[in-house]
Design a protein around this ligand. Structure first.
Ligand SMILES: Cc1cc2nc3c(=O)[nH]c(=O)nc-3n(C[C@H](O)[C@H](O)[C@H](O)COP(=O)(O)OP(=O)(O)OC[C@H]3O[C@@H](n4cnc5c(N)ncnc54)[C@H](O)[C@@H]3O)c2cc1C
Length: 800
């Protein structure tokens, strides 16, 4: 072992080994992996080794698809047998809603290029898995590339392939402490000290402690998990093919063949955390005693699904632990505030996702950006609030127990909530507010009559008419919207303007003005759909999506220069927006200064009643609107005064659901839908805000797009002949049999009375009037491209 490397990867489980392999593969061979015991001696050795394509998140599904393809490659490259059994796999649907969901997901898979799936009747499924009972099964999805592997062999294969490419790894070498230095990190091990530029925390069950060695508190916890392996099952032994990997979602089990028997794994509803502060250092290749009382119900369902296992013995019980983040996705990437400290933790399904995690992290370290949109697994998708132990316990527990439970898009889950509430929260609840959550914050969805409960559904819900009324208020009267759920950053200092001019691709606003500002990465892809406000006193604000606060802050820090300070105002400022044609009449009554002087996209400091507020005349609803930003302590007063002042104008509180419907009618894109790190200004229409005359981050790449052949796909608005459901995102779009694009977001335009979708389609399909079709909840519906902004295309309402 040398005393200096470029990278030290801590942990020789499947994730660390994959990171090591990908670093070496992409050209960094001065890298070492340190393992305190032997390779795979954390959770990796006792995994069930199942590989399963389905994931409700399309980005994660792509990552899994990459890993599955990689497995045979590393086997070949390393010469190490990984025991790959590509049996194909079944996912069973046991309720009508689940069957609908599976059909919808089948189409979404097509959208992201996973084409080896097919839908089956229960009888067809049973032919492929003859030991399965079809009782209660309404349908199934088959995927070719599913099966299982030998876990220890796979870790060894990654490590051996990495070694062949020049990387090193050492077993029986424990990292004991980490110290940040000017050049990087000093890694103290029980075998000596190493200096390096980068450290990677791939410590699996010990990730928490290896985080704490660097002062990092990761939102991760281990939970226990059971599977059993049966003795020989005669029907399995007699079959001339292998049973497929079968996931019974309503039964909470997965099953695969294991020699002549089967392995049945259980996602226990009655979950149990273990070692929330990280596994003990003396924990080795040990298992816990099985806890049958916790899994009785799931076990019964499993035995009913596979009746033949009722007659054979159980050869092995495994009750082991593996790690989860609050949303179940990995925590990957550069840890904010710790230069050179990288996370590759909380990988719940390391054999299924580890390849994709290794690739993403290695690209990030070497090129500064991963190729894929890493947001769903980015460690910066959480803020400091997620360090709280109870938050971690509740959210990871909820994820685990619901691993096989269907979550509807309009369903609100309780874990870790309510956490942060705007000061007027209780008064708004009293007024009927139904809440959703964004990051740590409760955000208003809509205001309903007392006693109203929304029914979870994949289709339009019973809140449809309530939201329609709120949209009407916004379009015809005055709506009051709590805008605590926007992010606000303050930029000041002598070089503030120069810095903003460099990181934003747009022109900067003049004093007293606001401007939409795309922010790009060096690769020319989007990093933000922001609004910059110039308050005219040397202070600037950047406003954007609330849940991106830590992610954007990391970006700002990474691009910081002398003489600039950027401060996240998320704990200091909140506010309300008054929107609609009567908004001016409402705000005028309270403003001590002449609010009519504030023109569209103007901003300034005003006295709104008793509140000293920073007001901007803009609205994402496409109406005339005033965003009134106030200090936290003033929020309750601001609401009360606006409601009183607006009474004569019929002001009504509205929520984000109405805001989303109205923005769709204006074809205004939003982050994570129309705008992501994968898309470019040309694809999304963001190029119209770019100031090509100046220098800015990402300019070379943006110019190459502008002056090249142009993007293959562009953003359009679609009107869908929907029935009782609207598109939501990632549904495929067809021209006849040809797939020509996919939905980025969709919903019902209540005021226009149209089911709308925004979509990325091939350029030759983008002309208004082009007839297409789209799968909505699995059902093909006619759709056509329409001109952008079906409501008020000239933008008279918002400028008026
Ligand atoms: C019962 C069970 C069944 C499962 N089934 C599946 C499945 O079917 N498919 C699937 O994909 N996943 C499955 N998993 C999950 C899978 O096991 C994990 O996702 C995977 O093992 C995580 O790998 P890792 O490398 O992140 O962590 P680990 O395997 O825990 O590896 C971390 C390594 O870091 C080392 N380490 C820690 N601290 C230090 C230090 N300070 N210095 C040096 N070394 C250190 C540890 O010794 C350990 O070897 C299952 C898990 C369980 C418990």
């Amino acid at each position: 072992m040398k005393s200096q490397y470029r990278v030290v990867v801590i942990g020789g489980g499947v994730v660390g080994a994959s990171v090591l392999y990908h670093l070496a593969k992409f050209g960094w061979s001065d890298v070492v992996m340190l393992e305190r015991r032997r390779l795979a001696s954390g959770s990796s050795w006792h995994a069930a080794g199942g590989i399963h394509a389905l994931n409700a998140d399309p980005n994660m599904a792509s990552l899994q698809a990459y890993t599955i393809d990689l497995l045979s490659e590393i086997e070949k490259e390393s010469g190490q047998n990984i025991g790959l059994h590509m049996t194909g796999g079944l996912t069973l649907a046991g309720t009508p809603e689940r069957w609908e969901w599976l059909q919808a997901n089948y189409r979404i898979f097509q959208s992201i290029g996973i084409d080896d799936c097919e839908l089956l009747t229960p009888e067809e499924a049973q032919k492929r898995c003859p030991i399965m009972s079809t009782d209660g099964v309404l349908g199934a999805m088959w995927a070719d590339r599913e099966g299982y592997i030998d876990t220890t062999g796979t870790v060894q294969a990654y490590a051996t392939a990495a070694k062949k490419r020049g990387a090193e790894y050492y077993e029986e070498t424990k990292v004991e402490s980490l110290t940040q230095t000017a050049e990087g990190w000093q890694v103290v091990t029980d075998k000596g000290t190493i200096s390096c530029e980068h450290v990677v925390n791939a410590a699996g069950l010990w990730a928490k402690q290896v985080g704490r060695m660097a002062g990092v508190e990761l939102p991760v916890s281990p939970l226990k998990h059971h599977y059993l392996i049966t003795d020989t099952v005669p029907e399995v032994a007699a079959a001339d093919f292998e049973m497929p990997m079968t996931v019974d979602l309503e039964g909470f089990t997965y099953m695969r063949q294991d020699q002549k028997g089967v392995l049945v794994g259980i996602y226990e509803v009655d979950h149990e955390h273990w070692a929330m502060d990280g596994a003990p250092w003396n924990y080795g290749e040990e298992l816990f005693q099985e806890q049958l009382d916790r899994i009785e119900n799931e076990l019964t369902l499993g035995f009913e699904r596979y009746p033949s296992i009722q007659n054979v013995g159980i050869k092995t019980w495994v009750n082991g632990a593996f790690t989860f983040s609050p949303d179940g996705n990995p925590l990957v990437g550069p840890v904010p505030g710790k230069r050179g400290y990288w996370s590759a933790c909380a990988v719940m399904a390391g054999f299924l996702q580890g390849g994709g995690v290794g690739k993403t992290l290695a690209e990030w370290m070497i090129h500064g950006e991963p190729e894929a949109d890493a947001w769903p697994m980015d460690v910066a998708r959480y803020g400091d609030f997620a360090q709280n132990k109870r938050y971690i316990r509740e959210t990871t527990g909820q994820f685990y127990s619901r691993r096989f439970v269907m979550t509807y898009p309009n369903e609100q889950l309780p874990a870790g909530r309510p956490l942060k509430m705007a000061p007027a929260h209780d008064a708004m609840t009293e007024a009927g507010c139904k809440w959703g959550v964004s990051w740590d914050l409760e955000v208003p969805l809509y205001f309903a009559p007392k006693g109203f409960e929304e029914t979870p559904t994949l289709k339009r819900s019973n809140a449809h008419d309530i939201v329609a009324e709120e949209c009407k208020v916004i379009r015809e009267g005055a709506g009051l919207l709590d805008i605590t759920g926007f992010s606000r950053f303050e930029v000041c200092g002598p070089n503030a303007e120069a810095w903003l001019d460099k990181v934003m691709a747009s022109k900067l606003p003049a004093p007293g003005r606001a401007k939409l500002a795309p922010m790009l990465g060096a690769n020319g892809r989007l990093k933000g759909d922001l609004t910059v406000l110039n308050w005219g006193d040397g202070t600037w604000w950047i406003m954007g999506s609330y849940y991106l606060r830590a992610w954007h802050m990391r970006w700002f820090d990474d691009h910081m220069i002398e003489g600039v300070s950027v401060r996240d105002l998320g704990e200091e400022y909140c506010g309300f927006a008054v929107v609609g044609p009567k908004s001016q009449a409402v705000v005028e009554k309270l403003a001590e200064q002449d609010i009519s002087a504030l023109k569209f996209m103007g901003c300034g400091e005003f006295d709104i009643g008793l509140v000293r507020a920073r007001v901007a005349r803009m609205s994402v609803t496409g109406e005339k609107g005033y965003e009134i930003n106030c200090r936290y302590g003033d929020h309750i007063t601001l609401r009360r005064m606006l409601l009183e002042a607006g009474a004569a104008e019929g002001i009504r509180e509205c929520g984000f659901n109405a805001m989303l419907s109205t923005r769709l009618e204006k074809s205004f894109g939003i982050w994570s839908a129309e705008f992501t790190q994968l898309y470019t200004p040309g694809m999304t229409g963001m190029d119209r805000w770019i100031d090509w005359s100046k220098d800015f981050v990402g300019k070379d790449a943006a110019l190459a797009e502008r002056d090249g052949n142009g993007p293959a796909q562009v953003q359009v608005t679609l009107e869908v002949d929907a029935l009782d459901a609207d598109a939501s995102g990632y549904e495929p779009i067809w021209a006849g049999e040809e797939r020509v694009g996919f939905v980025t977001s969709g919903g019902y335009g209540h005021y226009t009375g149209k089911s709308l979708a925004m979509a990325l389609v091939n350029r030759d399909m983008a002309e208004p009037g082009t007839e297409l079709s789209v799968h909505v909840v699995g059902v093909e519906r006619p759709a056509r491209v329409i001109a952008p902004s079906p409501y008020d295309p000239q933008g008279k309402a918002m400028r008026g």
